[in-house]
Design a protein around this ligand. Structure first.
Ligand code: FUL
Length: 692
């Protein structure tokens, strides 16, 4: 009896003891990531590869009638792609196995429009197989892009196509080992070759693809996959509403499982959404997704890529960076240099975590338990976390840096396996005995990284000022990252005045107009200067304090617009089209499509192409998608010199460059046939001409 009493007492004591030292872990709050989503989120950074027949036609979207004989890359080396991605710190590669033109990079059974009928390797090649092998060799995961829209397939738009499309998915998910992500782009411009019918086929994107059985098949074939889809039933991941490389600062990894998803939901998520659908930030290392030789000088600079890093991984997203493959089958050296430069910059920025090993304390610790104390946020382990008691949503954590310490970055992570909780937080620095607020932000999620001007402080205080329930913080980092100056932007107005600017504070500029790279010995910029006619201006920003220079900014200007006059329009705001300022825009609203814009160049010029920059405001109605371009010498008799589409202009509103056979002309007419919103508005930010 005494024995049992003793056992009972020991049991009681140990229960009480354990419940003091081992408080229950916080309950998950709201939707939480699946294992697959979690594995994907932790990859953080991976590559896109755009390679197809477009690579050989300088197009963004193939029409579907491009000749398969064009596909004959003489140096194709997927191991080069994999090596670059690996060295760049990426964890996987998503390849365009089929883009909108319908050409398949693997020898599919479903269509003749594939590598098996191309001259490359005498039709025996399989880019996807090569890619899968190279990924294995370099320890990268393989992802696949299969476009639902197929401008080649005769069955597209009919129920029969869905079976073909499903078989294509089945082939790529069966024959190439594990696939971590599948990508279904929602683009659909309607018209296409469609087996020679050359017509417009509209589909209802909410019903046509009948996604749910397809998802089921995908998950059976690849149980560890995540599905990306911006065009149909809710998948595992969401697009963030732009291809420019940023998600909202407020970024909830939640959406509603059903219902429409307007732009703001894509961009910011939905605070009280009932499904876990995190954002993936996709952007290209150049303005466009496919390779265009004229973009060799437009590869994003390291500061630009660094911005994207902070605006994706630093805002609770993943970063999907695209490499356009050249016609010879390789990644261009400029793109390689930029990607490796970014990797180096990231490494340098996050080399030393100044929080590591510091004294740290919190205003509240769950059950007062060691297991949940503040130290768990700086122990560098992803499975431990600082958590507060259930009823405590306001809490602070203070890190004592021991001595005045310079820093300019703050990193924080929630333990999202238990849900995304924090709604608002601030960061303060103790500068000479005074607390100074250095940041006031909203969401955290998987990872949030803040940038601010360098501050010298002895302590840092992280305050959670609003949370859905008790916060659970798995990691905190403090860094002093080197500063990278942005390449300056160079603009020229209608009277030929060139202006050089930057967003950075403090640097001065040096420039050249003779095509050489500027140095500190080049012409110092003292203000706008006139440089009319055809000229290439190159400029660097230089910070005398740190003696650092920016990458070179390059802008090539063609003939002067000084004598240009817009004809037949009585609105002086129309001059926004010629002012050289990308943010200024003019719309013609009153007319019906087609809408003409006529310009008198003042003299006869030998024209070989034109450039159109659409309205830079997101999804503005005046963004032209289909055009005709005419020239004339008398403003009466017009000759059609080019017509076509500005592909993917809605999601990626970059300069549209169109070339045609040379023509001497004094007048030009850009005719808008259609815009992204199917109304009668034609908007223009800038028009430029390309001359011989
Ligand atoms: C878009 C497509 O239309 C582009 O061509 C590209 O593939 C991009 C990643 O998605 O919306």
């Amino acid at each position: 009896m005494i024995k049992y009493l003793l056992y009972g007492t020991i049991l009681m004591v140990s229960i009480i003891f354990n419940s003091c030292t081992q408080p229950k872990i916080p309950e998950p709050y709201g939707p939480v990531p699946s294992k697959n989503q979690m594995r994907w989120q932790e990859m953080e950074y991976y590559a896109f590869i755009h390679f197809s027949l477009n690579t050989y036609t300088d197009q963004s979207w193939g029409y579907g009638n491009e000749d398969v004989n064009l596909f004959n890359p003489e140096k194709l080396d997927v191991r080069q792609w994999a090596r670059i991605c690996k060295e760049a710190g990426m964890k996987g590669i998503i390849i365009t196995a089929k883009h909108h033109c319908g050409f398949c990079l693997w020898p599919t059974e479903t269509t003749e429009y594939s590598v098996k009928n191309a001259p490359w390797k005498d039709g025996k090649g399989d880019v996807i197989k090569d890619m899968a092998d190279a990924c294995k060799e370099y320890g990268l995961k393989l992802g696949i892009y299969v476009s639902p829209w197929d401008r080649n397939n005769p069955e597209y738009g009919k129920p029969e196509y869905i079976e073909i499309f499903r078989n294509q998915i089945k082939e790529v998910l069966t024959n190439y080992g594990d696939v971590f992500e599948i990508w279904f782009d929602g683009a659909n411009g309607g018209d296409g070759y469609y087996g020679g019918t050359n017509e417009t086929r509209r589909i209802d994107r909410t019903t046509y693809y009948d996604w749910l059985p397809t998802y089921k098949m995908i998950r059976e074939l690849q149980p560890k996959i995540v599905i990306w889809n911006d065009g149909g039933d809710r998948a595992d991941l969401r697009w963030v509403g732009t291809e420019e490389g940023y998600v909202g600062e407020t970024n909830w990894s939640l959406l509603n499982a059903t219902g429409d998803v307007p732009w703001a939901m894509l961009h910011y998520g939905v605070e009280d959404g009932n499904a876990w659908v995190p954002g993936e930030v996709n952007t290209s290392i150049r303005p466009e997704w496919f390779y265009h030789p004229n973009e060799d000088s437009k590869v994003k600079s390291i500061p630009q890529l660094m911005d994207t890093y902070y605006h994706s991984i630093g805002r609770n997203g993943t970063f999907l960076l695209n490499f356009p493959i050249m016609p010879n089958g390789l990644i261009h050296p400029n793109d390689e240099k930029a990607a490796l430069g970014l990797a180096k910059a990231v490494k340098e920025s996050f080399k030393v975590n100044l929080a590591e090993g510091c004294e740290v304390e919190a205003t509240n610790v769950r059950g007062n338990a060691k297991k949940f104390n503040a130290g768990m946020a700086i122990d560098n382990k992803k499975d431990t976390y600082w958590a507060t008691d259930d009823d405590v949503i306001l809490a602070s954590l203070t890190i004592d840096l021991g001595k005045p310490t310079l820093f300019n970055r703050f990193l924080v992570q929630e333990y999202i396996r238990l849900g995304q909780r924090v709604k608002a937080f601030t960061v303060e620095a103790l500068v000479k005995e005074t607390w100074v607020e250095i940041a006031k932000e909203t969401t955290i999620g998987y990872k949030r990284i803040l940038r601010f001007p360098s501050v010298e402080a002895t302590k840092l205080r992280f305050n959670i000022t609003d949370s859905k329930t008790c916060p659970v913080i798995s990691n905190i980092g403090i860094y002093n990252a080197p500063v990278f100056l942005n390449a300056p932007s160079i603009t020229r107005n209608q009277s030929g005045e060139v202006t050089i600017t930057t967003n950075d504070i403090g640097p001065i500029f040096y420039y050249t107009v003779n095509g050489t790279d500027p140095t500190k010995g080049s012409i110092p910029y003292t203000g706008p200067f006139v440089s009319d006619g055809k000229v290439e201006v190159r400029a660097i920003a230089y910070d005398p304090a740190s003696e650092k220079s920016s990458p070179v900014g390059i802008e090539a200007f063609d003939i002067s617009k000084k004598d240009w006059i817009i004809i037949g329009i009585n609105d002086e705001n129309a001059n926004a089209i010629l002012d050289g300022i990308p943010s200024s825009v003019w719309h013609q609203r009153e007319k019906k499509m087609p809408v003409d814009l006529v310009i008198d160049l003042g003299s006869i010029q030998n024209l070989i192409g034109f450039k159109y920059l659409p309205d830079q405001n997101k999804w503005s109605s005046g963004i032209i998608t289909n055009f005709r371009f005419y020239v004339s010498n008398d403003n009466r008799n017009w000759k059609l010199v080019d017509e076509g589409e500005f592909s993917n202009i809605k999601n990626n509103p970059v300069w549209q460059i169109k070339k045609f056979t040379p023509e001497n002309a004094r007048f030009i007419k850009l005719q808008a046939l259609k815009n992204i919103s199917n109304d009668n508005v034609a908007g223009y930010s800038e028009i430029e001409l390309i001359t011989n």
